[in-house]
Design a protein around this ligand. Sequence first.
Ligand code: ADP
Ligand code: ASP
Ligand code: MG
Length: 406
Amino acid sequence: MARIVQKFGGTSVVDMEHIRNAALRAKAEHDSGNEVVVVVSAMSGVTNRLVDYVTSAGELCDDSEYDTVVSSGEQITSGLMALTLQGMGIPARSWLSWQIPIETDAAHGKARIRRIVVDELEKRLGDGEVVVVAGFQGVSPENRITTLGRGGSDTSAVALAAALRAERCDIYTDVDGVYTCDPRVVASARKLDKITYEEMLEMASLGSKVLQTRSVEMAMNHNVCLQVRSSFDESPGTLIIDEDTIVEKEVISGIAYSRDEAKITLVKVPDRPGVAASIFGPLADANINVDMIVQNVSDDGTSTDLTFTVARDDLDRAKAVLEERQGKLAYAQLVPDSNVAKISVIGVGMRSRVGVAQQMFCTLAENGINIQVISTSEIKVSVLIEEKFTEQALRSLHTAYDLDAP
Ligand code: ADP
Ligand code: ASP
Ligand code: MG
């Protein structure tokens, strides 16, 4: 007997037919004697609609009410899933975050899970009941509903798997695994049998939305055996595993992209100690995350240009913060640009192989694509390019690194 968490994403519960199909997977595990926790997302498109409602309600005076509205899609699917299982003769019960509870901090819209009280769930599982949990939601110390950020049901599932010490956490979605690149953009993308936690973490944080970044981080920290697979067919999925268990390490495992970027260039910033701190300090205070940074060498020893990127949603706020301080920062001009995309190549094999970045730069050059900013870490190289070249860059890099499906 094993304890298994199954998470069904929005496209896997989009209507009653899909919910029945998902319920059959839970039933199959239950019939073979396993303890089953089902985590559900909202029906595909519902969360977007709920966000639109909140936006149309006007200024967000109280962000906890955002979560009250936006978390509601998962309430519907958890009830429907429990009802469907009951209709199949399986004892099942739905659980909202506050009923468990799944305790989070109070960062509404992007809350982090602090603790899950598992006693009642363990008892129910022991009694043979299928536990159906509404994903994406938690409850704050002030006893308000929170949400875990878009895509957060993945994190609900992994957190439950960790807290309940489940043998496996299966993420059911509309693709049959993690691919070398988003298969909807690069048709020749290849499915990976396995990928390391570290690579998956980079892929997710650099834009591959197949798993929420936080869920991978949590799986890595708690050693959760995580699998991404299709809810539409029986093909084997992708296992996310420890690097030590992979013998043959790929140089490049995948390519990710993100259009959620914006670039800011500050022209003629004074070239003296403390300037970077006086620019990035106020941005951090405003909770604006800065990603890539380049500072040019100053020609004349007096001023230099500084370019960096922020999330596209934060561009207006970042501009406001810097413009307010223009007098003190003494830059000549602020040039915003949201017409950019970040392309990243990722692979643990990069650690022991030279020339990976060079191959990326050559391939982009051959395609006439200009690189605006570069950043690297031990296992990834990222470049910022003009947004219109996104697909061309992905496809040509995919071929250059020999990732195309045979
Ligand atoms: P769900 O609603 O099941 O959570 P998501 O839309 O969040 O599904 O995630 C699945 C989608 O992730 C796929 O449809 C695919 O377009 C996208 N995706 C992006 N990068 C990758 C990748 N490297 N491998 C597989 N899917 C990817
Ligand atoms: N329904 C939420 C969203 O669309 C959470 C999830 O699907 O994981 O972001
Ligand atoms: Mg998702």
